[in-house]
Design a protein around this ligand. Structure first.
Ligand code: KG4
Ligand code: ZN
Length: 347
């Protein structure tokens, strides 16, 4: 079974082909970073237009990479939500057109479920994979939450951010420092050269048992510090690095501590890190450090699986199809996580 996955929920247009075992046969992503960089964040209208331009070239390239091209595809999986409505509609419409024209089964996939199962994608490696259940930290530009994953489709949310996502906080701090977009990788790189104790910043949601996050206060603390200290002159390179290191220390500490606390509270000794922020070197190192003291095994998929991609959508779709799921051509997009209040991603 070869599933063509389509992803267009935010600022990456993706098409990928994955088999039922998670083997990635093709994985194409067109990034819109350049489009949104001048604004320091994703502009929804620009995202929809870029998806419109990118979707067919991306689909063509993914199909070209497999034997038989589109003729070698057995089913179509597409991101249904959560995400930007106008952006989601582009992928959904393309998926429906292909399914209709080729008479192929179609399934909608929850973007977050795709992220949570991305650890099972196979990209020619022999790395160990977790067994169910596991705890997953999903931290990206749009989402930050901790999940308990009992199996495909049986996922519950244990805690999430009350305001900004972790990646969003990185992007905003980078913007305050005039560092460019996306800010995460830049702040991460500069943090390595700075002093993490140079700027006193508050630890958000510091209560040990809480699995909730909050990043907006941390970002505001950085903004206030910069306003106070650098009202008349610009910070030097070393001072910028100190701000990055101090922010990163607190952001990473809260993400790592709460993830391990979730493992402790559920007695589940397996932790998966995913989402764009899982690329963060500080987060990887600190999580592994805390996990070692708690005998928790940490699994971090390769970056191509952590950031937005269509392979994770194809794989989650393959599992839904294997379970007998089929969607009709009336498949709808949803912008918010439908399980937001229920505490479940998919019932
Ligand atoms: O998962 P992703 O590619 O897209 C979504 O937001 O869904 O994540 C992108 C986010 C951006 O906010 C980016 O700044 C952040 O992940 N990011 C990082 C790092 N690399 C990417 N944040 C911290 N450290 C990094 N090394
Ligand atoms: Zn995502």
């Amino acid at each position: 079974m070869r599933v063509l996955g389509i992803e267009s929920s935010c600022d990456e247009t993706g098409a990928a082909v994955v088999d039922g075992h998670g083997e990635v046969l093709a994985d194409v992503v067109a990034s819109q970073v350049k489009e949104h960089a001048p604004y320091g964040g994703v502009v929804p209208e620009l995202a929809s237009r870029a998806h419109m331009r990118n979707i067919l070239p991306v689909l063509r390239e993914a199909c070209r990479a497999i034997d038989g091209g589109l003729g070698g595809v057995d089913a179509i999986a597409v991101t249904q939500g959560p995400g930007l409505s106008g952006a989601l509609l582009v992928g959904l419409q393309a998926a429906k057109a292909l399914a209709y024209a080729r008479d192929l089964p179609l399934v909608g996939v929850d973007h977050l479920e795709g992220h949570l199962l991305s650890v099972f994608l196979r990209r020619g490696d022999t790395d160990p994979r977790p067994t169910f259940p596991y705890i997953a930290l999903l931290a990206s530009g749009g989402h930050t939450a901790i999940y308990r994953v009992d199996g495909p489709g049986t996922t519950s949310i244990l805690g999430q951010t009350r305001d900004d996502a972790a990646g969003e906080a990185y992007d905003k701090v980078a913007k305050l420092l005039g560092l460019g977009y996306p800010g995460g990788p830049i702040v991460d790189r500069l943090a390595a050269t700075g002093d993490p104790d140079a700027v006193p910043l508050p630890m958000p949601m510091a209560k040990r048992s809480s699995l909730e996050f909050s990043f907006s206060g941390l970002k505001t603390a950085v903004a206030q510090y910069l306003k106070k200290e650098f009202a008349s002159d610009r910070p030097t390179e070393a001072q910028v690095a100190n701000v990055c290191a101090s922010f990163q220390r607190v952001a990473v500490e809260t993400l790592a501590r709460k993830s391990l606390e979730a493992c402790r509270q559920t007695s589940i000794p397996r932790l998966v890190l995913t989402g764009g922020v899982a690329a963060n070197r500080g987060l990887r190192a600190r999580s592994r450090e805390l996990a070692a003291g708690q005998e928790v095994e940490v699994f971090i998929p390769p970056i191509a699986s952590c950031t937005d991609n269509a392979a994770m959508i194809a794989y989650a779709g393959a599992l839904r199809l294997a379970g007998g799921a089929r969607d009709g051509l009336d498949l709808r997009a949803y912008s918010r996580d439908p399980g937001f209040r229920r505490g479940k991603i998919r019932a």
